[in-house]
Design a protein around this ligand. Structure first.
Ligand code: GLN
Length: 193
């Protein structure tokens, strides 16, 4: 049957993540499917879930409205969280309108990356990888503190990427620009775990 990856489809960059994970499965010659995730009942049926970029205050509200909060908190698989997704998986956020899921031992500040510019592209050095990764930052959050359960994988002044068990959280948008290394890294780690 292979790996089932659900992309949380409440708001934000959904189709880009579906496409990137389909290509990453192909690149690894893995069988699987990537589905838009809209129903709480489908959460435990997934092996991995992507929480995309978008507006974290809106996604937080829709998670509650769609009764997805508890199933996400108790999800057994890996979470791939980008930008607004990173805000949502944190244990603490600097904005009371977001109710974080507390899945990762990180505290996050919203819209904190390069306040002077809304967005930018920047080469990011990934831990264990020689070639820089094209980081697309769009009103991006930063990790303000990393607890002992999480590990930093990239920085750009601030921490902009971390892993914890099967989960990965990134400030930027790896689903844009066609570089699949982080999707592949996430899937390899999921299989090994
Ligand atoms: N600033 C947004 C938020 O905190 C995230 C932006 C994005 O996902 N591109 O919700």
């Amino acid at each position: 049957m292979g790996i089932r990856i659900g992309v949380l489809a409440l708001q934000g960059n959904v189709s880009e993540h579906i496409r990137a994970f389909e290509r990453a499965l192909d690149a690894l010659s893995l069988k699987g499917e990537v589905i838009p995730l809209r129903n709480a009942e489908d959460i435990p049926r997934c092996d991995a879930i992507a929480i995309p970029g978008g507006e974290s205050t809106t996604i937080s509200r829709l998670i509650s409205k769609n009764r997805m909060r508890e199933p996400l908190k108790s999800f057994h698989g890996g979470i791939f969280a980008t930008c607004a997704g990173m805000v949502l998986v944190a244990s603490e956020v600097d904005d009371s309108r977001v109710e974080p899921l507390g899945l990762m031992d990180i505290t996050v500040a919203r819209n904190a990356f390069g306040r002077q510019r809304d967005s930018c592209e920047m080469p990011i050095v990934l831990e264990g990888d020689r070639e820089p990764f094209p980081g697309y930052f769009i009103r991006a959050p930063v990790v303000e503190s990393v607890g002992p359960a999480a590990t930093v994988i990239c920085r750009a002044d601030h921490v902009v990427g971390a892993v914890q068990g099967k989960h990965m959280a990134l400030s930027f948008h790896p689903e844009l620009g066609g570089d699949l290394r982080l999707h592949i890294r996430f899937l390899r780690n999921l299989i090994e775990a």
